[in-house]
Design a protein around this ligand. Structure first.
Ligand SMILES: [Zn+2]
Length: 467
């Protein structure tokens, strides 16, 4: 039996995760992500895959971020009809994430049509809501640490990766004619000490390892999130204004609620209303209660009702546009958590348009703000930003909290690798910008003496021959 791997994404970049395994005539795709970010990367989503999707037998998904699942609807549209294997929580998350992604694709196509980018043809979305619905009919969720048979030659087990709800790394066993081999795919690994997510599981053996390197060249300084939030929330309350937090709907919102609730319970900050104003964040929060085994937040079943910190009396969910708009009328200390995290779209824009000019209010950024995003402009002290076509003056307080990243840093990645009893025959460094992947590759070679390779986009490598 011969085994080859082809890197169809996340090779010298952080998005578009897709690794194709060719096991004699069987084909398994590991992750099926969308390219995001720079235009030349996004354009790759429109390139024809170097393989006919109908020939792929099965897809395995590590977690529900769009750069790991966002190409699935296109794959299905182009002919894939096999199973999509993931963890049970990821299966539920995919419903939320892919329906939202499809809506965005449809809106983008409509926008291009209206703007006349394409005069002769009606621009088509990359995929539609119907394609996303088809994906969900193929998805098959499994618990962690249970063997799942993919083909007569291959099986996998999911292990907790601690990155987001339901995230896993994958141990794949390949049964050759003479030997059995193991390939481990790290997916995205989380932090080792997080109050909400468990540390990534330990794994000790692999013949071949594919490891992420998002922070392969970065050590995150140890910072105290609670201390920072205590100061920021108290100051916001002292100015008698609202604290508006742009936050990603998946993960960041729930972590913030965890911290704020803890600080309120301890009396470190006043107990004021927290409004979660993002339909996606509300749906994702429900999944935290349904998949309690995937995180540390306590969930109890009280007469058939799942109860957790998210049901605390000071936490309110804005389920309608009206309830979202009604927040504008509140002129006393409140906390509003809304998406998107970089203030590039979503309901947060309404809040910013309303709150940025007010000197009593505070805007708090809780994560990385990409260059060119509205969030970055505000954070860097722009006097005004454009929202809904109008220049909005920034008179409010602008704050930032560090230490909420969901990615293992360099030290933690190395710690995870140190669990291996012996060096894999080859370690592929993926899912990192080129500087990060290269630096991490060099570090592993020097520190651990392992053989590493930083694959190129579309590079194909033979892993095993005649096994
Ligand atoms: Zn991720």
């Amino acid at each position: 039996m011969d085994v080859k791997i082809k890197f169809l994404g996340a090779a010298r970049s952080v998005t578009g995760s897709k690794y194709l395994l060719e096991i004699d005539h069987q084909k398994i795709l590991l992750d099926c992500g969308l390219f995001q970010g720079r235009k030349e990367l996004r354009l790759r989503n429109w390139d024809k895959l170097p393989i006919d999707p109908a020939e792929i037998d099965v897809v395995v998904i590590t977690h529900g971020h769009i750069d790991h699942i966002g190409y699935l609807p296109r794959l299905v549209k182009d002919g894939f009809s096999g199973k999509i294997i993931c963890t049970d929580a990821t299966e539920d998350l995919m419903k939320i994430m892919l329906m939202d992604a499809a809506k965005l694709q449809e809106e983008e196509a409509l926008f291009a049509f209206k703007r006349g980018y394409s005069k002769h043809n009606k621009p088509e979305p990359l995929f539609s809501t119907e394609d996303a619905k088809l994906v969900l009919t193929l998805a098959e969720g499994h618990p962690l640490k249970q063997e799942v048979k993919l083909t007569d030659r291959a099986s996998i087990k999911f292990y907790n990766a601690g990155h987001i709800l339901g995230s896993a790394f994958v141990e794949m066993k390949l049964r050759g004619d003479r030997q059995e081999k193991t390939i481990v795919f790290s997916g995205d690994l989380g932090r080792f000490q997080d109050p909400v997510m468990y540390a990534p599981d330990v794994i000790e053996q692999a013949d071949v390892l594919v490891v992420e390197s998002t922070y392969g060249n970065k050590v995150n300084p140890q910072v105290d999130v609670e201390e920072q939030l205590t100061k920021i929330v108290n100051e916001a309350c002292d100015s008698n204004g609202a604290l508006v937090i742009p936050a990603f709907a998946l993960g960041r919102t729930q972590s913030l609620v965890y911290y704020l609730n803890k600080l309120m319970t301890a009396g470190s900050i006043p107990t004021i209303p927290i409004y979660i104003d993002s339909p996606m964040a509300i749906n994702v929060t429900d999944l935290y209660e349904r998949h309690a085994e995937h995180h540390k937040i306590k969930v109890t079943n009280q007469g058939g009702q799942l109860i957790s910190i998210f049901d605390s009396p000071q936490i309110h969910f804005c389920r309608t546009r009206e309830s979202s708009k009604a927040l504008n009328e509140i002129k006393k200390p409140i906390i509003i958590i809304s998406a998107s995290g970089m203030a590039t779209g979503g309901r947060i824009l309404h809040h910013l348009a309303h709150r940025l000019p007010r000197s009593t209010d505070t805007v708090l950024f809780a994560g990385y703000q990409a260059e060119g995003s509205r969030g970055r402009d505000i954070l860097e002290g722009e006097k005004s930003v454009k929202i809904f076509g109008e220049q909005v003056p920034v008179n409010c307080h602008v704050r930032e909290v560090h230490g909420l990243s969901a990615h293992a840093d360099q030290t933690e990645l190395l710690e995870w690798l140190a669990n291996f009893k012996k060096a894999p025959k080859m370690t592929f460094i993926t899912h990192g910008e080129v500087e990060s992947a290269m630096a991490f590759s060099k570090l592993i070679e020097e520190k651990m003496g392992w053989r590493t390779q930083v694959p190129e986009y579309l590079e194909s490598v033979t892993l095993f021959e005649g096994i």
